[in-house]
Design a protein around this ligand. Structure first.
Ligand code: NAD
Length: 358
C-alpha cells in the first residue's frame, strides 16, 4: 500500500536539508520501488509569515492524515519577539501533542571515521550505537500540581509533580522492546527507584512488560549510575528506556559522545508506529542559505522513518550504509571537517549519499 509522507521544511537550514531528503526519497521511489506519496506543508516561522500561525490547520490536518512526517527545523531571530503562542516552536510542540507522539527515539551513533570529534577517547566511542527511548508526553514536565505558590510562612515554594500512570509506562516499555527487537535485543530501564516511588512503579511495570518479550534481555539502572556509565563505557548499552526528564538529560549526554550535532537523527512515535522524524539540530540561522548545512542527520532520519513507520528495514539499512560509505570516502561538510578528506556542501553531500546507494 502507498504510504503518505508529509515534508515540513520549516526555517533556516530546515528547507535546505529537507531538499536532500526529498531528493533521496524520490530516488528510492524511482529506482528502488519505494511506494510513498510525498506532500509538503508549512510549519514554524515560515508558516507564521504566510498564515499568521506557526501550525496552520491545513498542516495539522495533513500531518494527521500522513503515515510519517519529516521535519527540518523551526525558529530563528526573526520570530523571537513574537508572543509565546505564535513562536515557531509552538508549531513543533503542537504537532507532538496533537499527534500523541509519546515516544522519543534518539540514537547516538559514532562512526569510526568521526570518532576523533567526540569528547571521549576514540576507542571508547568508535562504533557506538545506543538508542535512548524517552517518554515524551508525561512525567514531571506535565504533572499537576505545578507552579510557584506562597506558603503560610510567607515564602515562595516551587512545585512540580512526577506522575506516571501504569498505562503510560506500559506503552513506552512496549516501544522500547519493539525497538530492541530491531537491534541487539537488550533494554536497560533507567529510574531512581531507590528514592522516587513513581519510578519504583516504573521499574515494576517495565519488569512485567518484559515478560511478553522473552527474546529480549532487561536490566535496570539508577539514573545517576546511567549518567556515569554513559561516559565511562557507553558501548555497554543497546536500548535505554527512561522517563521524560531523565531521557532529556541522558540523550544530550549521549549526543555529545558522537561529537557532531549535524549527524544526529530522531523520531517521535505514537502507539501505532506513526512518527515524526527530524534532525536533532536547530535551524542554524548562522549558516542558513550558504550550502554549509550537514544533511546527514536528516538523511538518517529518513532511514529511521523507513524502519519504524514505513516498515522497510532493507531500505533503511541501505540509506544508513550509504551515509557510512560517504564518510569512508572522506566526504565531510564543514561541521565535521578536520583537515582530512574533502569538504563539501549540502547539495554535494546529498548527491553523494544517493550515489552510494548503488
Ligand atoms: P542550532 O542547532 O540551530 O545550531 C547550533 C550550532 O550548530 C550552530 O553553530 C549551527 O551552525 C551548527 N549546526 C546546527 N545544525 C547543523 C548542521 N546540520 N550542519 C552544520 N552545522 C550545524 O541551535 P541554536 O543555534 O541554539 O538554535 C537556532 C534556532 O533553532 C533557534 O531559533 C532555536 O530555537 C531553534 N531550534 C530548533 C530546534 C528544532 O526545530 N527541533 C531545535 C533546536 C533549536
Amino acid at each position: 500500500m502507498t504510504k503518505k509522507v508529509l515534508i515540513l521544511g520549516g526555517d533556516g537550514i530546515g528547507p535546505e536539508v529537507m531538499a536532500q531528503a526529498e531528493k533521496l526519497i524520490n530516488h528510492l521511489k524511482s529506482d528502488l520501488d519505494l511506494r510513498v506519496e510525498l506532500e509538503t506543508g508549512l510549519v514554524g516561522g515560515a508558516a507564521y509569515d504566510e498564515t499568521g500561525s506557526p501550525l496552520p490547520n491545513e498542516t495539522l490536518a495533513r500531518a494527521k492524515d500522513a503515515d510519517a512526517i519529516l521535519l527540518g527545523a523551526v525558529g530563528g531571530p526573526a520570530w523571537e519577539q513574537l508572543p509565546f503562542d505564535k513562536r515557531p516552536e509552538r508549531g513543533l510542540l503542537g504537532l507532538r501533542s496533537e499527534l500523541g507522539l509519546f515516544a522519543n527515539l534518539r540514537p547516538a551513533m559514532t562512526y569510526a571515521e568521526l570518532a576523533d570529534a567526540s569528547s571521549l577517547k576514540p576507542d571508547l566511542v568508535s562504533g557506538l550505537d545506543v538508542m535512548i527511548v524517552r517518554e515524551l508526553t508525561g512525567g514531571i514536565y506535565f504533572g499537576q500540581p505545578r507552579g510557584v505558590r506562597n506558603t503560610k510562612d510567607g515564602e515562595r515554594e516551587g512545585v512540580n509533580t512526577l506522575v506516571y500512570k501504569e498505562s503510560e509506562i506500559e506503552r513506552i516499555a512496549h516501544t522500547a522492546f519493539e525497538v530492541a527487537r530491531k537491534r541487539s535485543r537488550r533494554v536497560c530501564s533507567v529510574d531512581k527507584a531507590n528514592v522516587l516511588e513513581c519510578t519504583e512503579l516504573w521499574r515494576d511495570v517495565v519488569t512485567s512488560v518484559a515478560n511478553q518479550y522473552s527474546d529480549c534481555e532487561l536490566s535496570h539502572m539508577y539514573v545517576d549510575n546511567a549518567a556515569m556509565q554513559l561516559v565511562r563505557e557507553p558501548k555497554q548499552f543497546d536500548v535505554v528506556v527512561t522517563t521524560n526528564m531523565f531521557g532529556d538529560i541522558l540523550s544530550d549526554i549521549a549526543a555529545m559522545l558522537t561529537g557532531s550535532i549535524g549527524m544526529l537523527p530522531s523520531a517521535s512515535l505514537d502507539s501505532d508506529g506513526k512518527g515524526m522524524y527530524e534532525p536533532v539540530h536547530g535551524s542554524a540561522p548562522d549558516i542558513a542559505g550558504s550550502d554549509k548545512a550537514n544533511p546527514l542527520a536528516t538523511l538518517l532520519s529518513v532511514s529511521m522513518m523507513l524502519r519504524y513507520s514505513l516498515g522497510d528495514a532493507e531500505l533503511a539499512d541501505l540509506v544508513s550504509n550509504a551515509v557510512e560509505t560517504v564518510l569512508k570516502q572522506g566526504l565531510r561538510t564543514v561541521d565535521i571537517f578536520r583537515n582530512e578528506g574533502q569538504c563539501v556542501g549540502t547539495e554535494q553531500m546529498g548527491d553523494a549519499v544517493i550515489a552510494a546507494l548503488t
